[in-house]
Design a protein around this ligand. Structure first.
Ligand code: MEV
Length: 312
C-alpha cells in the first residue's frame, strides 16, 4: 500500500510581529531550508491508527493521546471536517527539521503537513483554505491568541501580507533577496510575550497603539519595496522595526547582540523576528555577504544559522 506524504516549510516574520495581533499588517515568508513531514502508511487489517513523533516522544494510538495534544487536535479537526467517525488502521509518522520554539513556525508546519497527509489518506485531500483554518485552530492550543500569520504563510508557502481577519494576500517578490537567520537557542516564549504585550497595551493603550501603527506602516512600505524589486531598501525598515520591538520590551540581550553583530558585519538591516524574548533574528544581506554575516552571528553566540533566499 502506498504511503501518503506531505511536507510544509518553516516561516519567518519580516515585519509587523505583535502589531499584527492588533489588526496591523505583517509580512512573513516561508523558509524552505527546514520542513516538517507527515507520512501516513495504511495498515489494512491492522487494529489501530497509531501516531509516532519521535522528537516529541509520542508513540501511541491516536485516541489515547491527551485531548489537548496538538496532534490529536489536528486529527480530530480533519475527521470533523470530513465527517469521518473512525480513522482506518494505519500509522502516522511526523518528522521535522524545524527547531521547536525558535520562532520558525514548527507547530504550524507539523499541523499543515499532518492535515494534508491524513486528509489524502482518508480519500479527500483538503484545499488550502480548509487546511489553513484547521491549522489555525491547533495554533490556538500552542499560542493562546495567535494572529494566524504562521499557519497562513506555511499553508500557502508564499510571501504573505497578512492582516488578521482579512482574506489571504500572497504577493510577488520583484527581485530575490537573502536573509541570514540566527537562532539564539533560547526557547521563544511566544504565548508569554504576546500576553505581556497585551498587559502593556491595557496599561498604556496610547503608547502601544502608536508603536503598533508605526510597525504597521513599516509593513506597508516593506511590501512596496519588495514588490518594486528594491529589497535593499528593507534594511533601514528592519532596523527601525527592531527599535520599536525593543520599546515594547520583547527583545532580549542575546537577540540585541546578534542583531548588532550582523550590522557590524555588513548586513543592510537586522531585527528580531517572531515573538521575541528568545527565538531568532534575521539579517538582510547583499549577495556575497551571507557567509561573513553568518560567521559574525555565530561568534556572537547564535546556536544555529540558516541562509534563506526569498523569491528565488
Ligand atoms: C509569532 O510568530 C508572531 C506574533 O505576532 C504572534 C502572532 O502573530 O500570533 C508575536
Amino acid at each position: 500500500m502506498p504511503a501518503f506524504t506531505a511536507t510544509a516549510p518553516g516561516k519567518i516574520i519580516l515585519t509587523g510581529e505583535h502589531a499584527v495581533v492588533y489588526g496591523q499588517p505583517a509580512i512573513a515568508v516561508p523558509v524552505t531550508q527546514v520542513q516538517a513531514r507527515a507520512i501516513v502508511t495504511p495498515k489494512p487489517g491492522g487494529r489501530e491508527f497509531r501516531v509516532t513523533a519521535p522528537a516529541a516522544g509520542v508513540d501511541s494510538p491516536w485516541d489515547s493521546l491527551p485531548p489537548e495534544n496538538p496532534l490529536r487536535a489536528a486529527l480530530e479537526g480533519v475527521c470533523r471536517t470530513l465527517g469521518v467517525r473512525r480513522i482506518p488502521p494505519g500509522r502516522l509518522k511526523i518528522v521535522s527539521t524545524i527547531p521547536v520554539a525558535a520562532g520558525l513556525g514548527s507547530g504550524a508546519a507539523v499541523s499543515v503537513a499532518l492535515i494534508r497527509a491524513v486528509s489524502a489518506f482518508l480519500g479527500a485531500p483538503l484545499p488550502d483554505e480548509q487546511v489553513n483554518a484547521l491549522a489555525y485552530e491547533v495554533e490556538k492550543i500552542h499560542h493562546g491568541t495567535p494572529s494566524g500569520i504562521d499557519n497562513t504563510t506555511i499553508t500557502y508557502a508564499r510571501p504573505v501580507y497578512f492582516v488578521k481577519g482579512q482574506p489571504v494576500e500572497t504577493f510577488r517578490v520583484g527581485a530575490p533577496f537573502t536573509l541570514v537567520i540566527g537562532d539564539t537557542g533560547i526557547p521563544a516564549p511566544t504565548k508569554e510575550a504576546v500576553g505581556d504585550v497585551r498587559r502593556g497595551w491595557q496599561a498604556e493603550p496610547e503608547r502601544y497603539e502608536r508603536i503598533f501603527a508605526a510597525l504597521g506602516s513599516l509593513s506597508r512600505t516593506a511590501r512596496q519595496v519588495i514588490e518594486a524589486g528594491h529589497p535593499e531598501r528593507l534594511g533601514p525598515l528592519m532596523n527601525e522595526a527592531h527599535d520599536w520591538l525593543c520599546e515594547m520590551g520583547v527583545s532580549h540581550p542575546k537577540l540585541d547582540a546578534l542583531v548588532e553583530a550582523a550590522r557590524q558585519a555588513g548586513a543592510l538591516g537586522a531585527k528580531l523576528s517572531g515573538g521575541g524574548r528568545g527565538g531568532n533574528m534575521i539579517a538582510l544581506v547583499q549577495e556575497g555577504k551571507a557567509e561573513a554575516v553568518s560567521l559574525a552571528i555565530r561568534k556572537a553566540g547564535a546556536k544555529r544559522v540558516w541562509v534563506s533566499e526569498v523569491g528565488r
